[in-house]
Structure formats: C-alpha cells, structure tokens
Design a protein around this ligand. Structure first.
Ligand code: PLP
Length: 241
C-alpha cells in the first residue's frame, strides 16, 4: 500500500473507533479530505482510493482543480471550508457543492442570489465562533446561553439566513483554537452541538443535522461529540509544505 492509502485507512479506522466509543453509527460521519496545497494528481489518487468529499479553503486555488477533475468525469462533492470574501461569492456558488463557511447573513444573501440565478438550492452550514477566540471567523456564539445580547444578535442573523429561498441550511461549522492536546477542543465541540440543539428548537423547519467540526489534531474528539463532517488534511496527505 502507498502512504496515502495507509493514511486513509488509518484515519477511517480512527473515525470508526471514535464513533463506536460514542455509540454512533460510523456511516453517519463523512470524511472531507482537505486538499489545499495538494496537486490534482494527489486528488486523483485520493479519489481512486474512494474519497468523494473534497474540501478546499480558497476559491482561486480550487477552481483549476475542480475544472480538471470534472474534465475527468469524477463525481466529487466539493466543500468550501475557508473564509469567503463577498466579491468571491459568485465564483464560490459556481464551483462548490456545499459551503461550510457562511459567517454572516450578508454573505448568505449574496450566495442566495447567485444560487437563485443558477436555479440552484445550495446546501450550507453556518460557521460559528463558539470558543470566543479573538479574530476568528464565524458568528459570535461563545456566550449564547448567558449573554442575552449575543443570543439575540445570533438569532436575528440565523432568522435571515434560514429564510433565504435558494439556500438549504444543513447545520453548523466551527474551528477549534489550536490546541496542544485534542481534549482541549471538547468543550468547543460540545458548545457547537448545544447551539445546534437550541437553533433546531427555534427554527424547526430548517435542517440542523450536520456538525462540521474536527481536523487532523482533534477529529476523534469531534466524532465523539457528534461531528457528521470532519475536515482532515494532514492526517491523510501528510504535512503541508
Ligand atoms: C486546512 C483546514 C482544515 C484541515 O486541517 P488539517 O489540520 O490539515 O487537518 C480543516 N478546516 C479548515 C477550515 C482548514 O482550512
């Protein structure tokens, strides 16, 4: 087996073991292989090994890779996981199948408009900053239980987003702060799940099934806490150069 095949097998085993520890069905966890900085050749190899969900964080970098894979007729679900500038919204809608990083109603409105022009209904996740880390993307959501002002602002944004006709809300996404041990991410993932449960009660007609959380350093903890999408780069492809 090549290195990629071995890494992939190991990551899949670790996901399955984490799911079993939490008495969850491993089939309910999708591995999104994050291919930023990786070449199209590497993506082809990954697809040949059965990966179908690919994540990229910059539309400029992703575009030629998506074009090439589509030329090869590969059926891939492309996940946009990085911060989206307003002026890139149109391109993002044109190239990606699922957007994890919707972090404002304003961005959502633009995505909705472009999806509508294409006659699409675009699956999205709403990115939330549940750790309170400064300078982090995502709607502020670290104190939604005890801070009525934050909770009010959050609900107001969510209300606008869930009402958009060409977006399908699927759930929430977060990035935990860089941690020296995976356990440090657990409260962050628990907070995202609690927020999802609250929003599910508040906006029952939207879909809240998905939680996109966990990366190379903490994906097992994320699976234990309910992740349905883990975004893993280095554990599959090796360290980025
Ligand atoms: C790069 C990236 C990942 C994957 O990170 P690894 O540590 O390589 O697993 C996940 N999510 C986002 C948003 C990223 O930018």
């Amino acid at each position: 087996m090549g290195a990629l095949a071995e890494n992939l097998a190991r990551v899949r085993e670790r996901i399955a073991a984490a799911a079993r520890r939490a008495r969850r069905d491993p089939e309910r966890v999708t591995l999104v292989a994050v291919t930023k900085t990786q070449s199209v050749e590497v993506i082809r190899e990954a697809v040949a090994l059965g990966l179908r969900d690919i994540g990229e964080n910059r539309v400029e970098e992703a575009e030629p890779k998506i074009a090439e894979m589509s030329r090869l007729n590969e059926a891939i679900t492309w996940h946009m996981i990085g911060h989206i500038q307003s002026r890139k919204a149109r391109e993002v809608v044109a190239h990606f199948d699922v957007i994890h990083s919707v972090d404002s109603a304003r961005l959502a409105e633009r995505l909705d408009r472009f999806a509508g022009e294409r006659g699409q209904s675009l699956p999205i996740l709403i990115e939330c900053n549940v750790s309170g880390e400064q300078g982090k993307d995502g709607l502020p959501a670290d104190r939604f239980v005890e801070d009525a002002a934050q909770a009010g602002a959050l609900v107001a944004e969510m209300e606008q987003i869930v009402g958009l006709p060409h977006l399908q809300v699927r759930g929430l996404m977060t990035m935990a702060p860089i941690a020296s041990v995976p356990e440090q991410s657990r409260p962050v993932f628990q907070q995202l799940r609690r927020l999802r449960d609250v929003l599910g009660g508040r906006f029952p007609t939207a879909g809240w099934a998905d939680l996109s959380m966990g990366m190379t350093d903490d994906f097992e903890v994320a699976v234990e806490e309910g992740a349905t999408l883990v975004r893993v780069g280095r554990a599959v492809f090796g360290e980025r150069l």
